[in-house]
Design a protein around this ligand. Structure first.
Ligand code: URA
Length: 234
């Protein structure tokens, strides 16, 4: 692997900044200062040091975060903390959320730097159900609940969307406690679906994505790496 590419994959440096760091003599290869970006290295055997830190390639990462309230799934810094700010891992800015959650939604957020794995989960082709627990502003029970369950199963027209929602599964667990499993990921979809039913979501929590449920041992704000078996689910 070329040294400049190795630097760009193991540090926050872009390829051109890596070349600049090399030119400035900031990089040591097996103890020797090197300045040529095209030098070939063997990442497993050679020791590359930049800013007094030995560098190592980072493999693909697959993490599960219990997203708390008031955390955004954006890359840009804004009003709230970002999901990546909760993760204490190197090159954190390379991690992307697998399907965003609103700032006021809690629950299961997967983060990865494996674009193909992310695509397998989010692509509509694969239809992985996302399961949400929603607290409703208005009670939904009796025949109104039965009607809502049927409407959701059939597909709802959402304001501004041409196509009705894909068939989804609504179950009621109390007059204001609903579980909704949807296979799509439209903008604010769950809130808009309950809006289309004449109701309003006051709290929203994602419990699962396909066969993978949020680890009950993770408190809001905590995260862990997925196991190999969990990664292989998608
Ligand atoms: N649907 C919503 O309305 N919000 C979310 O955060 C996720 C799904």
């Amino acid at each position: 692997m070329r040294l400049d590419r190795f630097l760009s994959e193991t540090t926050p440096l872009t390829r051109s900044l890596a070349k600049r760091a090399l030119k400035a003599g900031e990089v040591r290869l097996n103890g020797e200062r090197v300045k040529q970006p095209a030098v070939h290295i063997r990442p497993d055997d050679d020791l590359v040091i930049w800013q007094d830190e030995p560098l190592a390639l980072i493999g693909k990462r697959y993490l599960m975060l219990h997203k708390p309230l008031e955390v955004e799934c954006t890359a840009r810094r804004g009003l709230y903390r970002r999901a990546v700010d909760l993760l204490d891992v190197p090159a954190v800015e390379r991690l992307q959320p697998v399907g965003r959650l609103d700032v006021d939604t809690t629950g299961l957020l997967l983060m990865t730097d494996d674009g193909q794995w992310l695509h397998r989960i989010t692509s509509p082709k694969h239809r992985h159900d996302k399961v949400y627990r929603a607290t409703l502003a208005e009670p939904l029970e009796g025949s109104a609940a039965t009607h809502a369950v049927a409407q959701v199963a059939e597909g709802l027209r959402l304001d501004g969307d041409d196509m009705p929602t894909h068939p989804a599964t609504l179950t009621m667990h109390g007059p204001r406690e609903a579980k909704l499993a949807i296979s799509e990921g439209r903008y604010h979809q769950v809130k808009r679906m309950f809006g289309a039913l004449g109701n309003r979501v006051t709290a929203l929590h994602r419990e699962a994505i396909g066969p993978l449920a949020l680890d009950a041992d993770l408190a809001p704000g905590e995260w862990r790496a997925l196991t190999d078996d969990e990664i292989a689910l998608f």
